[in-house]
Design a protein around this ligand. Structure first.
Ligand code: SF4
Length: 379
């Protein structure tokens, strides 16, 4: 079944709703769900709540009522991404590796790079996106911990993004030995399921996600806004390099909706220069600088959608230009109110390294959490 999203009917969004209902109804399957950072500040709009309402805990409750067997959170693997990607940056800076490093968590940007800038693939972090990291650890680490055969696990993700539907189909995203992520629902599709189930979303009592793959920090939640991945990475990279905590965790220059944002962070005498672009037109400026050999940056964040994932193609469709701003502000407010605001302080991240992965960039991390890119030149 398809939902029409293009005004002239040229492009159709393939819906996963029926397949997910079928998986939930299958008693032989253990159906697990993860939700991206920005979904928690946009889902409410489809269900009668004001834009920018943080609904993470109502969303967990709703997912349990829909019949999911385990409710986790992509924010957990956003923190894991920072550990891997931040360690990769530190390694590149210390060992004279390829710089600038560019973020890899947006599949829209990654595919654009493979088509139009394949020569820059060595600059792109090898870290998988949080969605795909989740899939890989769910069908290995979680399967082992819970004693469930990974062949019986169905992994569903809820994303702000139609490009994530493509990402989970990539042939290299099977590092668990199975398809790491089985189905991707957009924010709109989850709202549709909640309506189909007749749930009164606004009146649901709040519930937590499950700890093992569900705890997260403020650094993870701001992934949903442009500049958020960069800010989260700086918070942890500072500690990884110096062994000390960054005093001011609010990296204001990389926040907001300006097309290209830049900042410079002094880490023990090293001036680390960073840039953030959202929207691929803005990204081209930074990418062309790299090609011309004049990029002054060590680390660049690129998100394909204007505003980052809060403005993603799977989000509620409204013709209100203030929405992205309200959704982004809600993410920064959640971050401000959290007791732990740095990915390296996530106790479930500490646990997965201790019990299973050993260390960032270690052998098992490399197998499950990192990937390679494919050159797809446009001729
Ligand atoms: Fe998807 Fe857009 Fe977010 Fe990229 S920025 S991950 S394309 S929603």
């Amino acid at each position: 079944q398809c939902i029409l999203v293009c005004p002239v009917g040229a492009i159709k969004e393939r819906s996963a709703v029926d397949a997910v209902w079928a998986a939930i109804a299958d008693p032989t399957k253990h159906v697990v769900v993860q939700e991206a950072p920005s979904v928690r500040v946009s889902l409410g709009e489809e269900l009668g709540l004001p834009a920018g309402t943080l609904v993470a805990k109502k969303m967990y409750a709703a997912l349990r009522r829909l019949g999911f067997d385990a409710v986790f959170d992509t924010n957990f693997t956003a923190d894991l991404t920072i550990m891997e990607e931040g360690s990769e940056l530190v390694e590149r800076v210390k060992d004279g590796g390829v710089l600038p490093q560019i973020t890899s968590c947006c599949p829209g940007w990654v595919k654009f790079m493979e088509h139009y800038y394949p020569e820059l693939a060595p600059n792109v972090s090898s870290a998988k996106s949080p969605q795909q990291m989740f899939g890989a650890v769910c069908k290995t680490y979680y399967a082992e911990k819970s004693g469930i055969d990974p062949k019986d696990i169905i992994n569903v993700s809820v994303m702000p993004c139609t490009a994530k539907k493509f990402e989970c189909q990539r042939p290299e995203m099977n590092d668990s030995g199975f398809k790491d992520v089985d189905y991707v629902l957009t924010t709109r599709e989850l709202a549709r399921m909640i309506k189909e189930a007749g749930l009164d979303f606004a009146s649901l009592d709040e519930e937590p996600a499950e700890d093992l793959l569900g705890l997260y920090t403020g650094a993870a939640t701001i992934f949903g806004a442009t500049g958020g991945v960069m800010e989260a990475a700086i918070r942890s990279a500072y500690t990884l390099i110096t062994g000390r905590e960054l005093e001011n965790l609010d990296i204001e220059p990389v926040r907001g909706l300006e097309g290209i944002k830049t900042a410079s962070v002094n880490i023990d005498g090293l001036e680390v220069k960073v840039a953030v672009a959202h929207g691929l037109g803005n990204a081209r400026h930074l990418l062309d600088e790299i090609k011309e050999g004049v990029s002054p940056y060590h680390f660049i964040e690129i998100m394909a959608c204007p505003g980052g994932c809060v403005g993603g193609g799977g989000q509620p469709i409204r013709f209100d230009s203030t929405l992205k701003k309200k959704r982004g502000e809600a993410l920064y407010e959640e971050d401000r109110n959290m007791a732990k605001r740095c990915s390296h302080h996530n106790p479930s991240v500490e646990k997965i390294y201790k019990d299973y992965l050993e260390k960032p960039l270690g052998k098992r991390s490399h197998k499950l959490l990192h990937t390679e890119y494919t050159s797809r030149p446009v001729v």
